[in-house]
Ligand binder design. Structure first.
Ligand code: ADP
Ligand code: ADP
Ligand code: ZN
Ligand code: ZN
Length: 820
């Protein structure tokens, strides 16, 4: 028997990844181990950067020995030795953008089972041929609707976009979608020639004429008389309806500008052929339990379970079984439904019963996506594995966290280990073992302050975690402010909100609370944002948002805002070419500073040269990327540092220019804390750096690529950029769970900054689960009481102390306990 089987610990020796200081630590297997510490202390460097990375490296080596040499190039984690490490699976929150075609059903693999059910046990129309399982998938040629190619949506024009101002006449340009200049004048002459009054306001034309002008496929020709100031000879003019013109441009124009303009007049609408399901008619004609697969895909999971459960429970030896060829009574139907229901039940346990299988993964919150993946793992039957998780409680209402912990417990009792990076002290208390890293971030952290059973952390003085875990931390005392007016919304309908009225107080900090799926994001990041954006006359760049229509009957009080800022967790850039320094704008100042050095002036280098995004500045081998892709056959592509510049990104000549002994690549390698000192004489940079430190990001490196930053870090960078230009204002700030990914001591820092914004006259509205944050809000709007159709109502509203007493509120109980 080998040692691993007897020794129940993973031994890490000499770990020095990123800021880790050559640490030794022993972690129990078959246990839940929580990694804690302030942000930037080194938790992820240990859990993901060392343990998971090493497990993955060993796995690659074992499956593909030939890859060894390449792997050496990629680099192993900086650690002397790890023993007793099982294979690992990482369940991170949001790394890499999900593909727009993936759905709840594909992530959980439930779609495969459901398709098999329809293929094997569906009820087919008479004489219809039996379909393969893949014919029930919109992502295969066999299943895709021929009209929309499986996308479920088609682009079409809409009257309110084609004619934004119906008080105008056609001569005044009512049909905004028509081309301008000569072509536009031509169309007006044609319309006039057809006998339609082009001087009558659009809205007073007959409906029949309006529809014809906008949508017809007919293209009559009309003889156009010579006109004094326009044309001196007559000609045949051809009519193009607005739709025909727009579609023609979209399909055939080679001008990017024209296409862009045309896109302003179209929106995505459900495909009329497949009603948005993306499936071809033959597949839609097959039913099970009276429903098409598209209907089942659109149902909330708790209804799917209710629909299939009776079939799953049918005794397999039912008398009808042997005679039926297809349908609910066959043995195969009973078996597949049993499997489906068992898997869906896990999702219901996790509080995700309000989701549907067809829901696109791009519309899921990171927490929802992670829980789906956790549930999928539970069914995978793996054991002896370590699951490395990134803050599984993020995005969860305390009421939803309990079932999640139960599921983690089940993974553990199936013989697995759980390594969890976590900030929620209620989750940490449930762990078998805690590894606290610190005491501070970056250089000031990277040490193991404690490793052992949770209770033992109490005596560790220098640990910030200990302060919060054992209730010694100072509470942020706050007396609720009085609102300076209200934003009233009534008749709000979207997703599970049906004709809801909400009052949002102005010039205070409001927390919107409620269990997962209750409607918080719908209300705050969609409806509220769109109403205010609409009032400000802004258009969104986000195509997902542009598509949605605001459904609000009445809104008042919006006029008190002159600016809207959404501080969300979306990345600050999608490529490694953007980073903290470029995003905040401070890099411009730094590059100018380098261009102003004697050395640069002698050589004639301008500020532009000090960018790794231009050929003059960049390293030719990697073109400023700093790394090169290594292709491994059969394995996901991976990256190795550039052999020429060793990751510096610049060419050697550019790096010869120094300022106070550092070249520009070295400046990008500085942490915000160090840069604050180094750049203290560069005012534009100093201001950015100061605000970054105020939100607790002093540990980040200036050149840290946008793609390496967590959602929480991206969010705080946005907030800092906002604070740096903060003026007194009438700005509405909308934040979606700003505390996700933050240690309680970082939460305290962040809250201070948010309250500063309110003190300057602004209004802040947060979607929030963290009880410490909710208790310092001036106002709470609690949605619910449940998720999906069981939610969508305002259950309670008022100062935290009042909401804590509300009946029927899932939040009240937890809030009351925290306020006690
Ligand atoms: P935590 O998980 O505790 O928030 P991390 O392990 O992510 O902390 O980071 C620890 C330190 O290592 C920080 O100073 C961070 O800036 C630095 N760091 C993180 N990722 C990298 C990287 N890829 N390269 C260099 N430094 C990094
Ligand atoms: P919360 O933010 O409180 O978790 P959401 O606002 O995300 O809740 O969701 C409220 C309800 O609306 C849920 O039933 C959810 O499934 C549904 N929903 C949210 N986004 C979408 C979407 N893009 N498409 C369809 N349904 C959605
Ligand atoms: Zn279609
Ligand atoms: Zn290079």
């Amino acid at each position: 028997m080998n040692m691993d089987a007897i020794d129940p610990f993973v031994h890490v020796r000499g770990a020095s990844e990123n800021n880790l200081r050559n640490i030794d630590v022993d972690l129990p297997r078959n246990a839940m181990v929580a990694f804690t510490g302030v942000s930037g202390s080194g938790k992820s460097s240990l859990a993901f950067g060392t343990l998971y990375a090493e497990a993955q490296r060993r796995y690659f080596e074992s499956v593909a020995p030939y890859a060894r040499r390449l792997l050496q190039q990629v680099g192993a984690p900086h650690v002397q030795e790890i023993t007793g490490l099982p294979p690992a699976v990482a369940l991170q929150q949001r790394r890499g953008a999900p593909s727009s075609r993936s759905t709840v059903g594909t992530i959980t693999t439930l779609s495969n089972l459901l398709r098999m059910l329809y293929s094997r046990a569906g009820t087919y129309p008479p004489r219809a041929a039996r379909l393969e399982a893949e014919s029930f998938s919109p992502n295969t040629p066999a299943g895709a609707c021929p009209e929309c190619h499986g996308l479920g949506v088609v682009h079409d024009v809409a009257e309110e976009l084609l004619v934004p101002d119906p008080s105008l006449s056609i001569r005044e340009g009512a049909i905004a979608a028509w081309p301008g200049a000569w072509q536009g004048a031509n169309l007006r002459s044609v319309v006039s020639g057809l006998g339609i009054d082009i001087d009558r306001p659009w809205r007073r034309l007959r409906k029949k004429d309006r529809d014809w002008l906008l949508y017809t496929d007919e293209q009559p020709s009309v003889y156009i008389e010579p006109e004094e100031d326009r044309i001196d000879y007559g000609y045949q003019g051809t009519f193009w309806s607005a739709r025909k013109h727009v579609m023609h441009v979209l399909a055939d124009s080679t001008s990017e500008k024209m296409r862009e303009r045309a896109l302003r007049f179209v929106k995505s609408v459900p495909c009329p052929e497949c009603h948005g399901s993306g499936l071809r008619p033959e597949a839609l004609a097959v039913t099970f339990a009276g429903r098409s697969i598209a209907e089942v895909n659109a149902m909330p999971l708790n209804e799917v379970a209710a629909l299939l459960r009776p079939v799953a429970r049918r005794p397999e030896a039912d008398a009808t079984t042997s005679t039926a060829r297809s349908g609910e009574t066959t043995e195969v139907a009973v078996r597949i439904c049993g499997d489906l229901v068992a898997r869906v039940d896990v999702l219901l346990d996790l509080g995700l019963g309000y989701l549907s299988l067809g829901r696109r993964s791009t519309t899921l919150s990171p927490g929802e996506a992670q829980r789906l993946r956790i549930a999928t793992q539970l069914r995978s039957g793996l054991f002896g594995v370590v699951y490395v998780l990134d803050e599984p409680s993020a995005g969860l209402h305390p009421a939803d966290a309990e079932p999640l912990l139960d599921v983690l417990e089940r993974l553990k009792s199936a013989g697995n280990s759980l390594f969890v990076v976590e900030h929620d002290m209620d989750v940490v208390r449930r762990a078998d073992w805690v590894v606290d890293i610190g005491p501070d971030a970056g250089e000031g952290g990277g040490r193991v302050l404690y490793s052992g059973p949770v209770a033992g952390l109490e005596k560790v003085e220098e640990s910030a975690t200990s302060q919060y875990l054992f209730g010694r931390a100072e509470r942020l005392d706050h007396r609720p402010r009085t609102p300076h007016g209200w934003l009233h919304l009534s008749g709000v309908s979207r997703h599970n909100l049906h004709d809801v009225s909400v009052d949002v107080p102005l010039c205070v900090l409001t927390a919107v609370t409620g269990v997962s799926g209750s409607g918080k994001s719908t209300l705050v990041t969609q409806v509220l944002a769109e109403v205010v954006r609409g009032h400000l006359g802004l258009v969104t760049e986000d195509p997902d948002e542009a598509r949605l229509e605001v459904d609000v009957q009445d809104a008042s009080g919006v006029e008190s805002f002159d600016r809207l800022v959404r501080v969300d967790q979306r990345p600050i850039g999608r490529t490694p070419r953007s980073n903290l320094a470029t995003y905040t704008g401070m890099f411009d100042a730094v590059r100018k500073m380098y261009a102003a050095t004697d050395e640069a002036r002698e050589r004639g280098y301008t500020a532009g040269r000090f960018s790794f995004n231009v050929p003059e500045g960049w390293c030719d081998t990697c073109q400023g990327e700093g790394f090169v892709a290594v292709e491994l056959l059969f394995l996901p592509g991976t990256y190795a540092p550039c052999p020429t510049c060793q990751g510096a990104r610049y060419n050697a000549e550019t790096l010869e220019v120094t300022y106070r002994g550092k070249n520009i690549a070295e400046v990008l390698g500085l942490s915000v804390d160090d840069a604050a000192e180094f750049l203290s004489t560069v005012p534009a940079a100093a201001r950015s750096l100061e605000t970054l430190r105020e939100v607790g990001l002093g540990y980040l490196r200036l050149g840290q690529p946008a793609t390496e930053l967590s959602g929480g870090e991206a969010q705080r960078i946005k907030l800092a950029t906002e604070l740096q230009r903060a003026r007194r204002g009438h700005t509405l700030y909308l934040l979606d769970e700003p505390t996700a990914g933050l240690h309680p001591s970082d939460v305290a820092l962040l809250l201070r900054q948010l309250h500063r914004l309110v003190d300057a006259g602004n209004t802040v509205v947060l979607v929030e689960h963290d009880l410490d944050t909710i208790t310092t809000a001036d106002w709470v709007i609690d949605l619910g009481p449940g998720g999906g159709d069981a939610g969508g109502r305002v259950v309670a509203a008022g100062p935290p102390a009042k909401v804590a007493k509300a009946r029927r509120s899932a939040t009240a109980r937890y809030l009351a306990a925290r306020l006690a």
